[in-house]
Design a protein around this ligand. Structure first.
Ligand SMILES: [Zn+2]
Length: 339
């Protein structure tokens, strides 16, 4: 008999979030810690797994429960991953980029529970088809627009994983081949993520500021000077855009074009009937982000199906919901890696 609860985990570059979820996908309690701090506090590569155990124990004891009462542990994680070994391999987004982080086998040994690991966006799309807008759909693409841009895809009811679990790095499709194309965090040139993500938008703003001789009627240069974290520039940018700042509008039209190019490429790859957006940029600015649609026709093959577009209904918890779906509705494609 299936048990009622699982532990679900969202490993992000900034935050590690751990929650208890019910088998219907409801997230009950969430605790979190900062991922870079966890990694830097310990010499051990098992630091993240240990933090999951400790946060999980805290949650369970709060409900008078133990690990033995859970159905399993689901994890949606930043990559790259090696699903065969159940580890995060050298991640450029963590403080020790040469270190590997064992997760699955270590947690299985410690808790005696089955542990299901997938990329965070891959987990998210599985959460959508299990519990969210993707129910009753066989071809669904999930796109996160946050610090970075990533994707997860279900094609003909199958969760696509790739050789190692790293399919759908859609943020790294090429959207700009001009001479002053921007360099992505991954080192590549002209990648979508370098223009339209939380870290990318500030780079695009800087390029446009450099090009401009006379900058008037905009507060953007002051914002750029005063922000230490580039992601704050992105937040202010959207606020100024809503206030009607003309220079922000000029830049935003470019963002819409780059989004149209990136999204058209992803649609060509997976032929989805439904595209679901998540991540902080989409969650906070869905109306604005949807403006990419006015340019989509220029980049989509004639006659190609234009999918339905929706915003995730799970908000900030979409990866946690996805991790719960890995446990309660384990995808066949993932089982092959677990066996
Ligand atoms: Zn890239």
């Amino acid at each position: 008999m299936q048990r009622k609860y699982c532990l679900c985990v969202d490993i992000g570059a900034t935050r590690l979030r751990v929650a208890i979820a019910r088998s219907d996908g409801t997230i009950l309690d969430v605790v979190e810690d900062r991922t870079p701090d966890i990694v830097l506090r310990s010499e051990e590569p098992t630091a993240i797994a240990e933090a999951i155990l400790q946060l999980g124990e805290r949650l369970l004891s709060g409900r008078g429960m133990s690990f033995a009462e859970l159905e399993g542990i689901g994890i949606g994680s930043i990559g790259p991953l090696d699903l065969r070994r159940g580890v995060i391999v050298k991640s450029p987004n963590l403080p020790k980029p040469d270190q590997e982080y064992p997760l699955r086998d270590y947690l299985q040994d410690k808790t005696r529970l089955p542990v299901y690991l997938a990329n965070d966006c891959v987990a998210a799309v599985w959460g959508e088809v299990t519990y969210g807008h993707g129910r009753d759909h066989s071809n669904v693409l999930y796109i996160t627009m946050s610090t970075g841009i990533g994707g997860g895809a279900v094609v003909n009811d199958t969760l696509l994983l790739g050789a190692d679990g790293n399919a759908h790095e859609i943020g790294h499709v090429i959207v700009d081949t001009s001479e002053d194309a921007l360099t992505c965090g991954c080192g590549g040139i002209g990648h979508w993520e370098a223009y339209c993500s939380g870290m990318g938008i500030p780079k695009l703003i800087q390029r446009e500021l450099n090009k401009k001789k006379n900058i008037e009627n905009t507060k953007l240069p002051d914002i750029v000077k005063s922000c230490k974290d580039p992601r704050d520039i992105t937040v202010h940018f959207f606020n100024l855009l809503r206030e009607g700042d003309p220079f922000c509008r000029e830049i935003f039209e470019k963002i819409c074009i780059f989004n149209a190019r990136g999204i058209a490429s992803a649609i060509h790859l997976y032929n989805p009937e439904l595209v679901i957006f998540g991540g902080s940029i989409a969650l906070n600015n869905y109306d604005l982000i949807m403006e990419f649609r006015k340019y989509l026709g220029q980049y989509l093959m004639r006659g190609f199906r234009i999918p339905e577009f929706r915003l995730t209904k799970f908000g900030d918890n979409v990866v946690l919901v996805g991790a719960a779906a890995l446990v309660f509705n384990t995808p066949e494609s993932l089982r092959k890696f677990v066996a």
